[in-house]
Design a protein around this ligand. Structure first.
Ligand code: TPP
Length: 621
């Protein structure tokens, strides 16, 4: 079935193929991708869109000597398959298997590790400058989507690269989609560029620009024959100092090969604009590329079967995810208070904002993949009387740390961060884990930081945070919780207070957020006291002191790195009060945790009930 594909185990072998064989290879690669991803889950639409580009790049460039840097890296499955990892695709994103993103330690062809967006131009520029300094002719190519291009870092890098003469090629893979519809002025600009309305004017500009550059002129003339006069300069990218080529059809191998072949020989900053279709070649994904952006396992002969609106599990309604609970709360809050505005950096669906966006379109802001801007934009709104709620994944909030401190916390602005994907996230692995937020949030003055242990508490915490009128964060995990029914009431919790959930002897377990469930299970086995601490900041010091007085051992447990986390807060408070008591701090270890299945990953870290029992027992004896 994959006769030709099976013969290609490296780009070296790919380069031995005749050009005429490449369309067949693309066809087989696409079939393999659909079949393979349907068995493992993963990103599908973006990968189907980059099949021809990946083949053409490895065919023309001398990889891995020449460097390909993929932005975000979710579109690198074809690249993995062609660089010796075809068989490893059966364990994509699984424990012990290959990552869903490029990873330097996985292959020499993965030149730069990614997962977060908008880094490729900076990294490829660094490599291009390194080549220049080393007197090498090797080339560096950044491949970046139109969504990732909306990130500020991409512009910082363009600004830098355009004023240098390093041999950098930036390929803009324009499929007119981010995860959902792309937003912003750049996107409008690209659409206008594509529409051809500006074509004539640009064409005149093009001749002017090309005249002084004979190799480009020659290339442009040849290219013109292929794509019937589609070579136009993009004013914006030209202004940045790049030589702009495009837009060209990113699924036409002939055009791609000719164009890249020419660009490979040009020096200085080059910009190639290609147009692709997300989901290309799999009709269901072409139809609904959002649904097929990130998929779980499915039957590829049928496609994803839509779930009924009220999904039933064993006769009961399926549990809502924390993201859905947040989305519902935001709608309810917005009904009550017209100062509520909702902000997302390009993660509408994942953050549970679809309903809010539909019901409150004027108070909903998708700002693009721009976390830094999202926070400072929220700060601005807060300055003038609004109550901004920023829905953001823990891992992406890392991008906006200074904005949180400098623009929000110092000014004590009432911005609420609804932080999703706190803790380990499973198949996406280390780049997407929300392992650090409790540590990096609790050291910021003026912040209130909460972690819910169940769904109902999540809603109450969001309301509590909203009522505070100071900077606050509610941090909840990916997916579903323990299944506690969510009250429709808006109930505020007492600030800085935890609750004892189980009274026991000798040992007191102080659980934060998602760790309450295993703590309660361990508490039952050990007859230990278990407290749901609720607040990481302000910490319930009174409760900590009482538990210290009444027990022989305190145990803190959190789904956050041990360094500087909630357990450290408990330790600091004991120190400050001059209380000495054995303290066992449990949490994520000081290493990056690779992809896997969430429960297994927690167990590996000793954060399931059994792990807690073992560690507590060994501390007691
Ligand atoms: C800093 C950061 N924020 C958000 C994301 C989540 N994310 C992953 S892919 C994606 C869309 C990327 O769109 P584009 O670059 O156009 O690539 P496409 O999927 O369309 O091929 C987003 C928002 C991320 N990876 N990194």
């Amino acid at each position: 079935m994959y006769e030709l594909l099976n013969t290609v185990n490296s780009p070296g072998e790919l380069r031995k193929l005749e050009r005429e064989q490449l369309p067949q290879l693309a066809k087989e690669l696409r079939g393999f991708l659909v079949e393979s991803v349907s068995k493992t889950g993963g990103h599908l639409s973006s990968n189907l869109g980059t099949v021809e580009l990946t083949i053409a790049l490895h065919y023309i460039y001398d990889t891995p000597e020449d460097k390909l840097v993929w932005d975000v890296g979710h579109q690198t499955y074809a690249h993995k398959i062609l660089t010796g990892r075809r068989e490893a695709m059966s364990r994509l994103r699984m424990a012990g298997g290959i990552s869903g993103f490029p990873k330097r330690e996985e292959s020499p062809y993965d030149t730069f590790g990614t997962g977060h967006s908008s880094t490729s131009i900076s990294a490829a520029l660094g490599m291009a400058v390194a080549a220049q300094l080393q007197g090498s002719e090797r080339r560096s190519v950044a491949i970046i989507g139109d969504g990732a291009m909306s990130g500020g870092m991409a512009f910082e890098a363009l600004n830098n690269a355009g004023a240098m003469d390093a041999n950098l090629l930036v390929i803009l893979n324009d499929n007119d989609m981010s995860i959902s519809r792309p937003v912003g002025a750049l996107n409008n600009y690209l659409a206008r560029l594509m529409s051809g309305r500006f074509y004539a004017a640009m064409r005149r500009g093009s001749e002017k620009v090309l005249k002084g550059m004979p190799p480009v002129l020659e290339f442009a003339k040849r290219a013109e024959e292929h794509f019937k006069g589609m070579v136009i300069p993009g004013t914006l990218f030209e202004e940045f100092g790049f030589n702009y080529i495009g837009p060209i059809d990113g699924h036409d191998l002939d055009v791609l090969l000719d164009t890249l072949g020419n660009l490979r020989n040009l020096s200085g900053p080059q910009f190639l604009h290609i147009v692709t279709q997300k989901g290309k070649g799999y009709p269901q994904a072409e139809e609904d590329c959002l649904l097929y952006h990130g998929v779980s396992k499915f039957d590829h002969t049928q496609g994803i079967v839509a779930k009924p609106a009220q999904d039933k599990v064993g006769g009961r309604a399926a549990r809502p995810t924390y993201a859905q609970i947040f989305g519902q709360w935001l709608c309810d809050m917005a009904e009550q208070d017209e100062r509520v505005v909702g902000i997302t950096p390009a993660m509408c669906e994942g953050s549970g904002l679809t309903g809010f966006a539909e019901r409150f379109p004027l108070r909903y802001f998708d700002v693009g993949i721009a976390e830094q801007h999202a926070l400072t934009f929220a700060a601005g709104l807060a300055c003038d009387g609004y109550k901004p709620v920023v829905a953001i994944y823990s891992t992406f909030l890392q991008r906006a740390y200074d904005q949180l401190i400098h623009d929000i916390a110092i000014q004590k602005l009432p911005v609420l961060l609804a932080i999703d994907r706190g803790g380990l996230v499973g198949a996406d692995g280390a780049t997407h884990a929300g392992s650090f937020d409790l540590s990096y949030l609790r050291c910021i003055p003026n912040m209130t930081v909460m972690a819910p242990a169940d769904e109902d508490e999540c809603r109450s915490m969001l309301y509590t945070a909203f009522k505070l009128d100071t900077p606050s964060a509610v941090r909840y995990p990916r997916g579903t919780g323990p299944g506690v029914a969510v009250s429709s009431e808006m109930r505020a919790l007492p600030v800085g207070k935890g609750v004892v959930r189980r009274e026991g002897r000798r040992v007191a377990i102080l659980a934060f957020g998602s760790m309450l469930a295993p703590a309660l299970a361990a508490g039952d086995k050990l007859d230990a006291t278990v407290a749901n601490m609720r607040f990481v900041k302000p910490l319930d010091v009174e409760l900590v002191l009482r538990l210290a007085r009444e027990h022989e051992l305190l145990v803190t447990v959190e789904e956050n790195t041990l360094q500087g986390g909630a357990g450290s807060a408990v330790e600091e408070s004991l120190q400050q009060q001059g209380v000495t008591i054995p303290l066992l701090q449990l949490g994520l270890p000081d290493r990056f945790i690779e992809q896997g299945e969430h429960a297994g990953m927690l167990a590996d870290c000793g954060l399931d009930a059994n792990g807690l029992i073992m560690k507590i027992n060994s501390k007691l004896t």
